[in-house]
Design a protein around this ligand. Structure first.
Ligand code: G3I
Length: 392
């Protein structure tokens, strides 16, 4: 009896929970549907129509701007379709791995006293052959350091390694480089320093002046190249991005006040399709403050992670395109912005597949061309942004 009663109570409990669960799922689904409905409604307002058949590089050049992309040699040398579309759309090329200390399977710095320019030279030749400008990325970074770095470089010899690296690499490409990302990602406010500098081996061994030294060396060995400070996390209206914008501006002011040869700020612009905290006015003010220092601004690594967006590629593509449209319409209104580069050009090759995959396993769709190199709405959004941009 007791057992039956217990069974009935347990059954009743399961039934109740089940019903509650179903109501909850329905409500959640409805809420998601209605929020997507709202998003759909908002997105429906975006107009991605474009006129003519001009490529992105042609539309950019018509306004005195440059459009380009980053890609590793591994893909560029093995995928002819990629090579053709990249040459067709891009006026500038950033080797994604080849000019870092150590990235990919043919690193620039195999050992403490050797340099291997094979991969970098291949990329420079590709750019030359296709009449593209070339960007160097990056001379000084705390990531992609070779395995030998940790056990070899120390406080006593760090300056010698920094000087040797910049002198050898910048001299090797002198006259070929449109610009160098001299120092990459030197600010991390979460590290707690009053100057917002990231605690890297370079800071530990050489102090805050490592940044000044890097720029002075790059200018000495290639007086023609534009020298860029490159960083991410400057785009949104969040407390972290606001703090980072302040710290980056303070760094740029310090460098300029000391007569350090720095010419531009690189804003990586790795955007998040799910991030709604975007404040055009605040972004515009930041860009104007950087420009007031006499610096140019380059959008250096733009893409839009869609990992938290709906699975439906039609909805997802519209949401991603809206991010390109809304962001670029703000930044291209700042006359100091001279270039827009995406980090990759086709969804077939993007770092986000490995570093920011979708939990549902669907292929990510962050870039202007789809995985078969066909233009997506993101391509239209970038094209429209160039078409509407004031001429430089
Ligand atoms: O495929 C090779 C493998 O053959 C080799 O054995 C192995 C040895 O390390 O490397 C493998 O390639 C790795 C590649 O990702 C593919 O997984 C590279 O080492 C690794 O460096 C690379 O990660 C790159 C990352 O920077 C670190 O260098 C990403 O591709 C690249 O998109 C990413 O780009 C950074 C920018 O430089 C700075 N801004 C942020 C941006 C995204 O993180």
């Amino acid at each position: 009896m007791l057992k039956n009663m217990l069974m009935n109570r347990r059954y009743a409990l399961w039934l109740g929970l089940g019903t509650l669960g179903a109501i909850g799922a329905l409500a959640k689904g409805k809420a998601m549907y209605s929020s997507h409905k709202t998003q759909d409604f908002e997105l429906a307002k975006n107009n991605f129509s474009i006129a003519g058949k001009a490529s992105l590089k042609q539309r950019a050049a018509a306004k005195g701007l440059i459009y380009g992309a980053a890609i590793p040699r591994l893909y560029l040398s093995s995928d002819q379709k990629l090579a053709a579309r990249l040459a067709q759309e891009c006026g500038i090329l950033t080797p994604e791995w080849e000019l870092k200390w150590s990235a990919g399977h043919k690193p620039l710095r195999p050992s403490p006293d050797t340099f291997d320019f094979t991969a970098g030279d291949w990329m420079a030749k590709f750019a030359r052959t296709h009449r593209m400008l070339l960007r160097g990325h990056t001379l000084v970074w705390h990531e992609s350091l070779p395995t030998w770095f940790k056990e070899t470089v120390n406080r006593q010899n760090a300056e010698q390694f920094l000087v040797k690296h910049i002198q050898t690499v910048v001299t090797h490409y002198a006259g070929q480089m449109h610009s160098w990302d001299v120092v990459n990602e030197a600010i991390e406010v979460k590290d707690g320093r009053s100057d917002g500098l990231r605690k890297t081996p370079w800071l530990e061994f050489l102090g805050t002046d490592y940044i000044d030294l890097a720029f002075r060396l790059a200018a000495e060995f290639d007086p023609k190249a534009l020298l860029v400070y490159n960083d991410y996390g400057l785009e949104y209206d969040t407390s972290h991005h606001e703090a980072k914008r302040k710290a980056v501006l303070k760094l740029l002011e310090r460098l300029k006040s000391r007569g350090v040869p720095i010419h531009a700020l690189g804003m990586q612009s790795h955007m998040d399709g799910n991030e709604k905290r975007f404040n055009p006015k605040k972004l515009q003010n930041f860009l104007a403050n950087v420009a007031d220092l006499g610096l140019k601004i380059m959008i250096t690594e733009m893409d839009v992670t869609d990992k938290k967006l709906p699975r439906n590629p039609v909805v997802r593509d519209r949401m991603v395109a809206a991010v390109y449209q809304n962001y670029l319409s703000v930044v291209l209104n700042e006359p100091a912005v001279t270039a827009v580069m995406t980090w990759g050009i086709s969804d077939r090759y993007t770092w986000l597949s490995k570093f920011q995959p979708r939990s549902d396993g669907a292929a990510v769709r962050p870039l202007p061309l789809d995985s078969n190199f066909r233009p997506k709405l993101a391509w239209n959004a970038i094209a429209r942004a160039f078409d509407k941009a004031p001429r430089r």
